[in-house]
Design a protein around this ligand. Sequence first.
Ligand SMILES: Cc1cc2nc3c(=O)[nH]c(=O)nc-3n(C[C@H](O)[C@H](O)[C@H](O)COP(=O)(O)OP(=O)(O)OC[C@H]3O[C@@H](n4cnc5c(N)ncnc54)[C@H](O)[C@@H]3O)c2cc1C
Length: 494
Amino acid sequence: MSDVYDLVIVGSGPNGTIIAREVHERNPDARILVLEAGSRITGVDGEHLVEVDENAMNASYEDLMRRARQIEYVKGAASMNSIEGDSWDPSSTGVFPAAFFGHNFAQFPGASLAWNIGGMGVHWTAATPWPYAEEVPDFLPRDEWDADLETARSLLRTYVGPLVENPFTEPIFEAIRAAVPSPDPEREFGYMPMAGVPHADRPFARTGPRDIAPYLFDASEPGLELCTGVFVTRLEHNGSRVTGVVARDLVGGEEIVFHGREVLVAGDALRTPQLLWASGIRPEALGVRLNEHASIDGDVVIDAARLGLTDADIPTPPAGEPFIGSYWSPSIGAERPAHGQLMEREFEGQHLLGVGWYCATEIRPENRIEFSDELTDALGMPHMTVHFSYSDKDMDVIRQTMQVQRAAANAIGSFPDGDSEILPPGASLHYTGSVRMGAADDGTSVVGPDGRVWGFENLSLAGNGVIPTALTCNATLTGATISVRIARALSSRL
Ligand SMILES: Cc1cc2nc3c(=O)[nH]c(=O)nc-3n(C[C@H](O)[C@H](O)[C@H](O)COP(=O)(O)OP(=O)(O)OC[C@H]3O[C@@H](n4cnc5c(N)ncnc54)[C@H](O)[C@@H]3O)c2cc1C
């Protein structure tokens, strides 16, 4: 048998990186290998694109971000790679619609996949609101949850405050607090928590995976290795232990088998269950109860006069920074299970506030990924069809949320009803539940509270797919909180 690592991780996005870091910090002697299918997207591996010292990359990032819609970003990022139809090329880098790989995502058309070192974590906007009320898994001890949330916030470097000095901020707070009141002063409209570090003279330095574990990306610690351009196609196992991680070298084409005492898959909420299916690991809940908050979107032109200001007061952010302000309308539980992410910016000559709301949808087994044993995708993996729809209750919540959105938007400008839009399912890029965590092996979950696949001694999963609750908030911080927990469990076994 070739080299045996203590831990083999699949995926170098934020979750794979958090696990690598947390296990390394607790077990400095452990040998950890991270396998990543994507290749280098910038000169500094794992660095967020906003930080990259390459003008063309910065410029396209800034331009795509200013549209303030993940779906526009994905469209732009895909066209940057000039891929058309089925001409998918694994040497491309970026974020691509899942359909590009040949899947049937007609009912979940916004869904996309990252294909580069650092995963979506080098592209993300970096909003890190925290989950609230029923968004927190009730079967996890609350004190552990709170401590893990704090650790995750610090790993992602969550910051709450202005992006730039901005006279519009306080009047916007005042207007929207009056229009969308909160009974809880701690859940009042305010700054959106953002993962990164503010700077006066350059863009807000969004946290990329490199900031979480620099030594993974610059190979400065002997115990950690990052192996890129290798696509994991199968886990060999005997029914209770993974005995080999089979990968294809995307350049040479040869098959390589890696061995780990522990194996963790953090390949995102779509490809993690796909890899398990391909490996014949098929618990009843695999791919079932796929969940995503509905995205209600729109833009309102900010009426400066109404806020007691003029257009001359609009600040100019540092070169490369797409946003002037980033604001949060927190959910307040069952009474308003929706949260707003409002991004202030200038776009096409207008001073805009993006009025985007995410509202929780019901967790239902009908919403699921169907894997095929006959068809394959562009990479030879099981073909996926997503079944996804909104229930009547979801539609009620969507309608209520649109009223909240309109009230907020009309408080600072003019927002006709027709300007409110429900984005296609998948567009938030925050899919959850496809490999859910649960308290018991009752057919509704894939992993237990320590992240291990039910029935397996050494196979764990992490990422947004593990999140068991219906979120209003952007998913990354919640997934990261669970990753901190899973890393602790892995460390103690090692
Ligand atoms: C434009 C944009 C804006 C976003 N904004 C926000 C935001 O503001 N707030 C927020 O919370 N979230 C946001 N997100 C989503 C956020 O980036 C993701 O939630 C987060 O990156 C998930 O981390 P992950 O590690 O689980 O998965 P990913 O970041 O997707 O990383 C998974 C990695 O695994 C690799 N991989 C997959 N399968 C295999 C395999 N079989 N073999 C080898 N490697 C494999 C992939 O190549 C990828 O690099 C945004 C995303 C985008 C694209």
